[in-house]
Write a protein that binds this ligand. Structure first.
Ligand code: FAD
Length: 402
């Protein structure tokens, strides 16, 4: 039989991976592909911390596939060209992927699907990253939600689909050349950066993190607000790269734990969905304020202040602690993200996009939708945002939470 290509993107796992399951069910031999695309115009160049994560996550996925007799084929370049070329090279008759929702990915995938269909190649896409598609949860008048609470109430009335186990038997198509991951140089060139990243990327580690969290989920409602405690799940980078899917998390928490803590946690997954649907329906979210009144806001352009903020040298302890944690670990607690973001925007008067860019480069969970929507939320220019006049007082925040 001719092969089918499974194009892995932000779904670096074997369990609850509908694209992989669909391809396996077709009985065709599989080619498992990952493309590093630094060339398509748009926002697809991963930041430094993301690249560190990606290196290790691809290593883990390749190891899992090798255990089942296959491997991950790595290619680098413009994803649309690479994918078209591989279909020809391997004489594949089908390709399947899980959907991404960044504007450039939506446009690219749509064009690819049309081209493949015109050429008689089966092209199918599936949902691995969200509980509900961005077009599924709608207001009564059929428009997308712009306010979180009604979105959440509407979402909560639906039952997310159940996660599917990894397909049992996988057959692979042999002989397809792959790049050498080491030659992609995803790990940072500066040797001391990332050495404090105390993370284990990969599907096994993601599941371990989930089960470790489920045991504490009942205490999440209060613990999640205390930056000095390990009270949150730290699943965000695993979720971003799709080493675990939201259906797996939802059902693991929901079936084992019915507490206020668990419900509060599920609501955070709702925020993630909300951010994604905001980006999907407002593709300029990372560049332009959703509230157009802020377009002409006069920002300070002070490099000294920005450098002090980004290096954790403002002199405000909670801000500096957060920014240093970010630099050292690639992650920051949600409350501290809000405090440092508010400080940059509202005390220093620096454009939220500068902060968003810094986070993009330094967060291991950097995610176009969650990053942009949250920066706009703090700035007060987004959908359902904190009012623009609300300023987090970093001293009171410390008294309350630290
Ligand atoms: P938990 O508290 O355990 O929450 C579980 C999951 O829910 C998270 O893993 C995440 O996927 C989701 N979630 C929680 N809070 C939010 C939120 N406010 N918005 C969207 N999803 C949420 N999150 C990212 O994943 N990527 C980003 O690039 C990102 N940038 C942010 C920028 C700013 C300025 C702020 C204020 C928040 C940002 N967040 C971002 C949201 C949030 O801070 C992180 O998702 C959370 O801290 C991750 O830690 P956790 O996995 O332990 O979260």
């Amino acid at each position: 039989m001719k092969p089918v290509i499974v194009w892995f993107r932000q779904d670096l796992r074997l369990n609850d991976n509908p694209a992989l399951a669909t391809a396996a069910a077709s009985g065709r031999p599989l080619i498992c592909l990952y493309v590093l695309d630094d060339d398509t115009p748009g926002d697809c160049r991963w930041g430094g911390a993301s690249r560190w994560w990606l290196h290790h996550s691809l290593t883990a996925l390749d190891a899992s596939l090798r255990k089942r007799g296959g491997n991950l084929v790595l290619r680098r370049g413009r994803a649309d060209r690479i994918v078209r070329a591989l279909v020809k090279e391997a004489d594949a008759e089908a390709i399947v992927w899980n959907r991404c929702y960044e504007p450039f990915a939506v446009a690219r995938d749509k064009a690819l699907k049309e081209d493949f269909k015109a050429d008689g190649i089966e092209a199918e896409s599936c949902n691995a990253s969200l509980l509900f598609e961005p077009w599924e949860i709608r207001t009564a008048s059929g428009t997308p939600f712009r306010v979180f609470t009604p979105f959440w109430n509407a979402m909560r009335r639906n039952e997310p689909g159940r996660p599917q186990p990894a397909p049992r038997n996988l057959t692979f198509h042999p002989g397809i050349e792959s790049d050498d991951l080491r030659e992609w140089r995803l790990l940072p060139r500066k040797p001391d950066w990332a050495k404090g990243f105390d993370w284990t990327p990969g599907e096994d580690a993601a599941r371990a993190a989930l089960y470790a969290f489920v045991d504490h989920a009942s205490g999440y409602k209060t613990a999640r607000d205390i930056p000095g405690m390990d009270g949150t799940s730290r699943l965000s980078p695993h979720l971003h790269w799709g080493e675990i899917g939201p259906r797996q998390i939802w059902h693991a928490v929901h079936t084992r734990e019915r507490s206020d803590g668990a419900e509060t946690f599920l609501k955070e997954l709702g925020w993630r969905e909300f951010c994604c649907q905001l980006l999907f329906h407002n593709p300029s979210l990372p560049e332009h304020p959703l509230d157009a009144r802020f377009t002409k806001f006069e920002w300070h352009r002070d490099e000294t202040d920005f450098t002090a903020w980004s290096r954790g040298r403002t002199g405000i302890p909670i801000v500096d602690a957060g920014m240093r944690q970010l630099r050292q670990t690639g992650w920051m607690h949600n409350r501290v993200r809000m405090i440092v973001a508010s400080f940059l925007i509202k005390h220093l008067g620096i454009h939220w996009r500068r902060g968003q860019e810094w986070f993009w480069d330094t967060l291991v969970d950097a995610d176009l939708a969650s990053n942009a929507a949250n920066w706009q939320w703090v700035a007060g220019c987004g959908a359902d945002a904190a009012p623009f006049f609300r300023i987090f007082n970093p001293v009171l925040q410390v008294e309350k939470f630290d």
